[in-house]
Write a protein that binds this ligand. Sequence first.
Ligand code: HMG
Ligand code: MG
Length: 298
Amino acid sequence: TLPRFVEVVEVGPRDGLQNEARPVPLDIKVDLIDRLSAAGFANVEAAAFVSPKWVPQMADSAAVMAQIRRRPGTVYSALVPNMKGMEAALAAGVGEVVVFSAASEAFAQKNINCSIAESIERFRPVAEAARAAGVKLRGSISVALGCPYQGEVAPSAVAEVVRRMADLGCDSIDIADTIGVGTPVRVQAVFEASAAVFPMHRLAGHFHDTYGQALANIYAALQLGVASFHASVAGLGGCPYARGATGNVATEDVLYLLQGLGVETGVDLRAVVEAGDFITRAIDRPNNSRAGKALLSK
Ligand code: HMG
Ligand code: MG
């Protein structure tokens, strides 16, 4: 049986925009987040307190956090790679911080310039500060279904990073298919291996749709009891450290799927469709949501 309620985490403002080469104006980012808040998401990934040299598009994260209209009931989350980012995130009033590592050493080096073990050591004071501040802590594991540098990634390697993030005290942990290579049976194997060390209902699926498998992968994970998925409005995005990777699965498509399955999300699909139309026009990008395009023409 499928979960009755699924949390959809909207990551468009962060994962969807971080790879845009041209700076997205601050007021556009704020407007997008406000529209997503109004649509009813319980969690919007709004910012990344990372090095502006590595990801220039996220350099205005503090200003974004200062200007959004905060909806009661929405948690605004942000990526934090180290204590410097944590201090900025706490000052900005982030409700959930996301520490991020990888299931392969090669990807960890490219993305955060350190080994997996070093990343976990860096996250220890971040986790402590999150606990002290009463801010939620989420862990994210990149390339869990395959790595652009290493190739195959064993489910046991993913589970090992899940275990280390669980030890840090993460409230939830994201299994990320950064380059969208996963397929359903493989996805189930990775979630089952991970659930041996951390509860299934606190794991989340973060699927990029590069190979068109994301909805099938979500359905496969749902059948195991996974009840949190990440998605990006209009399917925006890419990854700066994974060449050729496309955006996250489109939020509109995920909501349409869940609606059809009778699973509640608390999110207004029509409002998300309109937010997708707004942002794709504002930054002159194609709308990569099939459901979004179909519903817009109605
Ligand atoms: P580093 O160069 O090794 O860091 O980068 P460092 O500690 O040696 O510092 C170098 C400089 O960066 C210093 O400045 C620091 O102050 C500054 P300088 O003295 O040269 O002027 N610095 C910072 N500035 C602002 N905020 C900070 C910060 N930290 C250091 N937090 C570091 C290491 C981790 C910082 C860097 O590699 C980095 O920022 N990486 C982030 C990369 C990133 O954001 N990638 C995209 C997000 S992850 C993702 O998309 C995957 C996900 O969607 C899941 C999936 O799909 O896989 C989540
Ligand atoms: Mg991602």
